[in-house]
Design a protein around this ligand. Structure first.
Ligand code: COA
Length: 171
């Protein structure tokens, strides 16, 4: 039902959606995501990856990327967005530390773009902390434009930047 993608080329990532899983599988992935999330973000910025995301939040999509390793599969990355009519708000993109700088972030964003475009979504919007240089560079490279700069958006001294990607403008 939900699209699943085996990506070709150098990477052997599988990108999928927790809504394509049964409850136990979804809870297992959510627990793995939650552990990475707590390691990556300060407590007040950690997204709550609870069961309700799978059960009753159909507009909230949680994507995850895995890579096969023997009979196991490792969690490599995840992303969360909320669909509101023609706009998708991208809340989070995260690649596990050991797998950064290998094109995974770009691949996940490209998957999200393709999927939203197919679903008729017009824009992807996000807020990013000015200090998160890798994320800003990734978004710019993926076609996002900076639209608004708000000082103290996250906390005193922490500027927020609003970025938008027009899905109807080219591939
Ligand atoms: C931001 C993040 C998702 C990038 O993922 P990634 O898989 O390392 O990114 P990619 O390898 O696809 O990089 C694509 C491009 O983004 C830019 N980029 C990525 N990491 C960068 C870094 N550390 N410094 C500068 N540019 C960077 C580069 O232009 C890069 O292309 P290049 O490697 O050919 O130069 C990852 O660093 C991460 O998870 N960070 C912590 C969580 C976070 O800040 N998330 C965003 C806010 S929710």
């Amino acid at each position: 039902m939900a699209p699943q993608r085996e990506t070709g080329g150098m990477s052997d990532l599988t990108i999928s959606d927790i809504h394509s899983l049964k409850r136990d599988g979804a809870l297992d992935i959510l627990a793995k995501i939650s552990r990475v999330e707590k390691k990556t973000f300060p407590t007040n910025e950690a997204f709550p990856f609870g069961e309700e995301l799978w059960r009753k939040k159909p507009n909230t999509r949680v994507l995850y990327a895995t890579r096969a390793k023997g009979s196991q599969s490792d969690l490599i990355a995840y992303a969360v967005y909320v669909r509101q009519k023609g706009v998708a708000l991208l809340h989070k993109v995260c690649v596990t530390e050991a797998n950064r700088r290998q094109g995974v972030g770009q691949e996940v964003l490209s998957y999200i773009q393709q999927r939203l475009r197919k679903e008729g979504c017009q824009y992807i919007q996000l807020w990013v902390d000015e200090a998160r240089e890798p994320a800003r560079a990734l978004y710019l490279r993926s076609g996002f434009e900076e639209r608004e700069v708000i000082p103290d958006y996250y906390a005193p001294g922490r500027t927020g930047i609003k970025m938008v990607l027009d899905l109807e403008r080219g591939a």
